[in-house]
Design a protein around this ligand. Structure first.
Ligand SMILES: C[S@@+](CC[C@H](N)C(=O)[O-])C[C@H]1O[C@@H](n2cnc3c(N)ncnc32)[C@H](O)[C@@H]1O
Length: 391
């Protein structure tokens, strides 16, 4: 009986998919074995002319999107409804259908609706992106758009990434309780993030901010300042010099995207020293700790795990960023580490987000012990950030 009900529900999903009336399918009440998975949202997309189901897996601290063609997707949905999710809600333009499973019993409830619009399935649609207006001088100066103000074909990926960055960083900045937050981006490069975030915050979210990109390459600084002036972005500027030499006092947020190796630590140190409410860094290479792991004496049980260069590299990344997160906590920051863009775009996709919180870092002794234990286990003598913090 429950198998029949599951097939009836899947039949409704299938016909909504085929008839372009599927708005959304949500699976909830997860009780399977995947750690931290909460729910799944499913919709239809058309990518490069192929119709697919797009699954967004919502985990506790991150979302993962997977697109699948129909037979594979329906097979996975069948398993999910049978064994893993207790409830599902299907929304279409014509009706809603709910699915509730209690043990072997399945209940379906259908209600008719009217007046809903057919959803867009264009995978490249712009309407949900934070940067809706593309005819902007900075997008042209950065090579994202052509003379016609349209995103160039070869810059679609970059534009998607920039929008993703804005989606992630804007809410973090908006949560800062200051009228006009001062944001410092360390190792700003060409300033993709700075321009996009400044544009979104000031013109769409109507949130005044001051944003400074610190960059040691003079040409990038002068180009960035010229484009900011041309764009009329009064609160955005670029400052020449190194991260460590920059006086970050008064910064409410310190961010750094792929600042090389220990430049990420310089940025974290500047954020902590300034007492910034937010420190958000996407680290780049992890050479400092890798060298120490190679030269030091990690626990012998780890020999087998560190034997292959590629795994040593990944362990070095985990050890480096774990120690960074612990050091941030030690300095009063509630810290999370998550994947912020798909690794199809870049393997450098960890984001450390630290928010100042009076309750964080209270158990100093326990944190210091954890730091010492991690270092001892992996043969790390000293994390560069420890030195900056005078530990
Ligand atoms: C990989 S790029 C990333 C640029 C930009 N954040 C982005 O994600 O598009 C790193 C940038 O950081 C700058 N940089 C590295 N170390 C720095 C330091 N210690 N002080 C200032 N800038 C630095 C480099 O010149 C380079 O432009």
């Amino acid at each position: 009986m429950s198998a029949e009900r599951i097939e009836e529900f899947l039949g409704a999903v299938k016909s909504a998919f085929a008839g372009n009336t599927l708005i959304k399918l949500k699976l909830a009440g997860y009780h399977g074995g995947e750690v931290d998975l909460k729910s799944i949202d499913v919709k239809k997309i058309v990518a490069k002319g192929v119709e697919k189901f797009s699954f967004t897996f919502h985990y506790k601290t991150r979302d993962i999107i997977k697109n699948q063609i129909q037979p594979e997707a329906l097979g996975n949905l069948r398993t999910a409804l049978k064994d893993e999710f207790r409830s599902a809600q299907l929304a279409t333009t014509d009706f809603d259908m709910s699915f509730e499973r209690n043990g072997d019993k399945v209940r379906l409830k259908r209600s008719e609706v009217a007046g809903r619009e057919t959803p867009s399935t264009d995978h490249n649609r712009a309407k949900n992106r934070p940067l809706t207006e593309t005819n902007k001088p900075y997008l042209h100066a950065l090579g994202i758009t052509g003379k016609d103000g349209q995103v160039r074909n070869d810059a679609q990926d970059k534009f998607r990434q920039i929008n993703k960055m804005v989606e992630i960083f804007a809410p973090l900045i908006q949560a800062i309780k200051t009228d006009r937050p001062r944001i410092v981006d360390m190792g700003a490069g060409k300033g993709y993030l700075d321009f996009a975030l400044y544009d979104y915050l000031t013109t769409t979210a109507l949130r005044p901010v001051d944003m400074i990109g610190v960059e040691m390459r003079d040409k990038l600084v002068s180009d960035g300042n010229a484009t900011a002036a041309q764009s009329g972005f009064d609160g955005l500027s670029f400052a020449p010099g190194t991260i460590l030499d920059y006086d970050a006092s008064g910064a409410d947020a310190v961010i750094a995207l792929h600042a090389c190796d220990t430049a990420t630590d310089d940025a974290i140190f500047k954020g902590i020293s300034a007492g910034a409410s937010l420190i958000a860094v996407a680290p780049c290479c992890h050479k400092q700790i890798r060298r120490q792991m190679e030269a030091g004496q990690p626990a012998t049980q780890l020999d087998v795990l560190l034997r292959h260069g590629i795994f040593l590299e990944r362990q070095a990344e985990m050890v480096t960023d774990t120690l960074r997160a612990l050091l941030l906590e030690l300095n009063g920051y509630r810290t999370k580490v998550f994947e912020f863009v798909s690794d199809a775009h870049t393997p450098k996709n960890n984001l450390i987000v630290a928010e100042k919180d009076g309750r964080a870092g209270r158990d100093r002794e326990a944190l210091l012990k954890q730091i010492a234990d991690v270092k001892a286990m992996f043969g790390v003598e000293r994390h560069y950030l420890e030195g900056l913090l005078g530990l």
